[in-house]
Design a protein around this ligand. Structure first.
Ligand SMILES: Cc1cc2nc3c(=O)[nH]c(=O)nc-3n(C[C@H](O)[C@H](O)[C@H](O)COP(=O)(O)OP(=O)(O)OC[C@H]3O[C@@H](n4cnc5c(N)ncnc54)[C@H](O)[C@@H]3O)c2cc1C
Length: 486
């Protein structure tokens, strides 16, 4: 990387020396100077705490360990890390929540960890909330709850707001409130040149556009986000569990409901198998629907009546809750382990033969000792998500009816052959289900094996994204295997 793109800076003194060093083998002199320049901490492989800071959330990528981790305490640390990487040529990636499915917040170079920049500042008067780049869903909900203000965020408490927002971000409030990115009013980005830019509709509008769907890790490091909030009080929630043999009827009835349900209604219907090599959970196949309704349990029961008639659940839960109880009810935590995901958008419901194909695939799943097992999930799309035009933000997937995700998981004790079999199984299932998709996939379910990812994630927006890249990162400083290039 050309050091000349960076004016002066803390590392100008030994630029020539460290430039000669290969990736990850910089002299101690360089690392020591970086450590001294930080408000936060530099953690190297020999330091206490490296195990904690150095490994990714998805242990599939655990071999990709950083040469150094900058634990940022201030936005200034982000700039310092970028200038250091510019001077030394070391590969740099940002990590906020660390949940990248493609392992793109893991590197053998310099990891910029934003987890400590997690302040959440609600502003009741302005109706906004400003969050540090390292905040996670759980921290944001906790800070908003006393004010009864919400943003549409994800279901997993530990997912980071940065990756979530930059790639779109959906949850059980999205059909009512829009995507996480749709409520973004302003964000601050530190660019490859070390400049801190405030981006909104008026300032750097092209970069602001790209920060709403263009994906994490592409244009700079965001240090702060300001969102518009919505007042919330009570909602109704539901969970319906069926016997595996009722899967076709359950999928048909739920999908029919989703296609004409009000935007107040959200839904995830999913099915699959729990981990198979542990005897106590051997072959446990399940199908269930879960979601939230901005209304009362009585109205929700009426709405769900056709589903309950068409496919009688083994277990039915429908009840009123506060928005915050509902958030806890809907939470789904995924332990740090090994997993892979693929996604496709559907313009119409998955037909009977698609459901049959997925059930056959579950029977053929090679198994693993991860209790989370494998399966598919359909997330109801539309509602407020469809009210934003496909070119208004860099998030193109506005007209779909469902997001389809397929997933498999495994664990450390599973041998290499079983891991390969799992990954092959996932790719085969995705190819089968491709028939029913519209050619698009969700950039936040980023899949390193997806070949035509530029079209699938960004479609007609890709050329405009490359234009933004050329403006703000002309040297392609921020890069990974599926990053936008200028
Ligand atoms: C268990 C699990 C549950 C999920 N649930 C949902 C869900 O309910 N809804 C949903 O929409 N998605 C969901 N996702 C997908 C999630 O939105 C993406 O994985 C997202 O990218 C994670 O963001 P992160 O900050 O946690 O990840 P990270 O791995 O930290 O970052 C993701 C990417 O963004 C880059 N990046 C990180 N921080 C910054 C920054 N500050 N500035 C610029 N680039 C940055 C990283 O380098 C990486 O390329 C889930 C993922 C997992 C693993």
């Amino acid at each position: 990387m050309a050091a000349t793109t960076v004016a002066g800076g803390a590392f100008a003194g030994f630029g020539g020396l460290v430039h000669a060093a290969p990736r990850g083998t910089l002299p101690d002199l360089a690392w020591n100077e970086l450590a001294r320049s930080l408000d936060g901490t530099l953690i190297r492989p020999e330091d206490d705490g490296y195990r904690e800071w150095g490994h990714p959330q998805n242990l599939r990528y655990d071999a990709r360990r950083p040469a150094g981790v900058v634990v940022c305490h201030t936005a200034r640390d982000v700039r310092t890390a970028i200038l250091f990487a510019q001077r030394t040529g070391i590969h740099l990636v940002a990590r906020s929540g660390g949940h990248s499915y493609g392992g793109y917040s893991a590197t053998r170079g310099l990891l910029v960890d934003l987890g400590q920049l997690n302040e959440v500042r609600p502003d009741r008067e302005a109706g906004t909330v400003t969050v540090g780049a390292g905040a996670r869903n759980s921290g944001i909900y906790t800070a908003l709850q006393p004010h009864n203000l919400a943003i549409s965020a994800g279901r997993c408490p530990t997912v980071g707001i940065s990756g979530l927002t930059l790639g779109g971000g959906f949850g059980f409030s999205s059909r009512k409130l829009g995507l996480t990115a749709d409520a973004l009013e302003r964000t601050t980005v530190v660019t490859a040149a070390g400049n801190s830019l405030v981006c909104d509709d008026r300032q750097h509008p092209d970069l602001f556009w790209a920060c709403r769907g263009g994906g994490g890790g592409n244009f700079g490091i965001n240090t702060e986000f300001t969102f518009r909030t919505t007042p919330v009080d009570t909602v109704a929630v539901y969970q319906l569990d069926w016997d595996w043999q009722d899967t076709p009827a359950a999928f048909a009835a739920v999908q029919a409901l989703v296609t004409q349900a009000p935007s107040a209604f959200s839904c995830r219907i999913g099915g699959g198998s729990a981990g198979r090599t542990r005897p106590e959970i051997d072959g446990a196949r399940k199908v269930s629907a879960i979601g939230q309704f901005f209304g009362t349990a009585d109205d929700l029961r009426d709405l769900l009546a056709p589903v309950l008639r068409a496919a009688r659940p083994e277990r039915t839960l429908i009840e009123n809750q506060t928005f915050w109880q509902a958030k806890d009810f809907l939470y789904h935590s995924v332990p740090s382990d090994r997993y892979a995901v693929t996604s496709r958008y559907l313009d119409r419901p998955l037909p009977e033969r698609g459901v049959a194909a997925f059930m056959e695939a579950i029977d053929a799943w090679p198994g693993s000792s991860n209790p989370d097992g494998a399966g598919i999930a359909l997330f109801a799309w539309g509602g407020a998500i469809a009210e934003v035009g496909p070119r208004e933000t860099a998030f193109i997937h506005r007209t779909a009816c469902f997001l389809l995700a397929s997933e498999t998981t495994w664990a450390v004790q599973d041998d290499a052959a079983l891991v390969t079999a799992n990954l092959r199984w996932l790719q085969e299932l995705s190819r089968t289900l491709d028939t029913y998709g519209n050619g698009q996939a969700y950039q936040n379910f980023i899949d390193p094996d997806l070949r035509d990812w530029r079209r699938a994630y960004y479609g007609a927006d890709y050329p405009r994204l490359t234009q933004v890249k050329r403006t703000y990162d002309p040297e392609n400083f921020f890069h990974f295997a599926q990053s936008i290039t200028g």
